[in-house]
Design a protein around this ligand. Structure first.
Ligand code: PYC
Length: 320
């Protein structure tokens, strides 16, 4: 029987399953090197941890790994039901709150190496939430200064079922297509239509050769709408067809880069992005050496702690 401890949290409704110790060695290379080794030799662990019957399509996983960058305290590799993510905003907020719960970090700045670069998380001393008033509770409000975000393509037309919509292609740690003129209601009652439409937009990228920089696959689609409760509301479809319950940290980073490009956001200005389930991230940017550096703030909650058990006789032990 293989035993793997896990800790689950959610950030604005989007879950993160944290695995703090891997049952194999990934060497001393960079976190990007470790990701290559995982992809090549250990993808069965991703399936075991995340897929049914143990997990579900909604879960995002996080492996805590040693960083190679000496300025970082931790390394992390995020994964989902179909593969691996470059960075994950909600996941980093979940990671830091989970490490605070475990007593492994204190309020302050924590540098984390990801496969796409170093991000700087700030664990805040207090929280806006009622629950934190109890002194024994762990701090759970985190700001993540992401890697630089940028817009790659502007106002790209895509035709789905004879209807042409437009979107920007932007990088925020993953590749996003950001669309406003889809004409759909962005709310929780409309999830099926939103998922179907976003998926069919995505299919058009392959059919029409629309990619991120250097031919990178665009694997996230964001459909935006207005809301009285924030500056914008969005539905975000993730690579494995699950929708993001949070406002998506890397997606909000991509959005901030586009807003800045359109002259609609200044450095330091706060942008509130609401998810389709109603949770909110606050975002802002700084400009450093002509690069757009987004910071995303949100709260995460630990919600279960346990042990994954893999019985070698179980035919579905490493996922369906
Ligand atoms: O918060 O960056 C994010 C994210 C990516 C995929 C799911 N959440």
């Amino acid at each position: 029987m293989i035993r793997i401890p896990f800790l689950d949290s959610h950030t604005g409704g989007e879950p993160t399953r944290l695995i703090t110790s891997l049952p194999f060695d990934l060497g001393t290379g960079s976190v990007a090197d470790k990701l290559s080794m995982l992809k090549k030799n250990h993808d069965d662990l991703r399936r075991t941890v995340l897929l049914e019957p143990r997990g579900s399509d909604v879960l995002v996983g996080a492996y805590l790994v040693p960083p190679a960058d000496p300025t970082c305290q931790f390394g992390v590799i995020y994964f989902n039901n179909v593969g691996y993510l470059g960075m994950c905003g909600h996941g980093t907020i979940g990671l830091i709150a989970s490490l605070a719960y475990l007593g492994k970090v204190q309020p302050g700045v924590i540098r984390v190496e990801t496969p796409v670069g170093v991000v700087e998380a700030t664990l805040h001393r207090g929280s806006s939430s009622e629950a934190y008033r109890a002194p024994t509770h762990y701090p759970n409000k985190v700001s993540v200064q992401n890697i630089p975000a940028y817009r790659h393509l502007t106002h790209v037309p895509v035709t789905v079922d004879g209807k042409t919509i437009h979107g920007d292609v932007a990088w925020g740690g993953n590749w996003f297509f950001l669309c406003h003129d889809h004409g759909l209601e962005v709310n929780i009652q409309n999830l099926e239509s939103l998922t179907d439409f976003a998926w069919r937009i995505r299919e058009q990228f392959t059919a029409n050769g629309i990619t991120g920089a250097n031919g990178a696959e665009i694997d996230h689609v964001e459909l935006f709408a207005s809301t009285p409760e924030a500056d914008s509301k969005s539905f975000v479809l993730c690579p494995g067809k699950a929708y993001d319950r949070s406002p998506c940290g890397t997606g909000t980073s991509a959005k901030l880069a586009c807003l800045y490009g359109d002259g609609k956001l200044q450095a330091g200005q706060i942008w509130k992005q609401q998810s389709v389930v109603g949770s909110i991230f606050e975002g802002s940017i700084q400009i450093q050496d002509n690069r757009i550096i987004p910071t995303i703030t949100g709260e995460a909650w630990v919600m279960s702690e346990g042990m994954i058990l893999v019985d070698e006789r179980d035919p579905f032990g490493s996922g369906i």
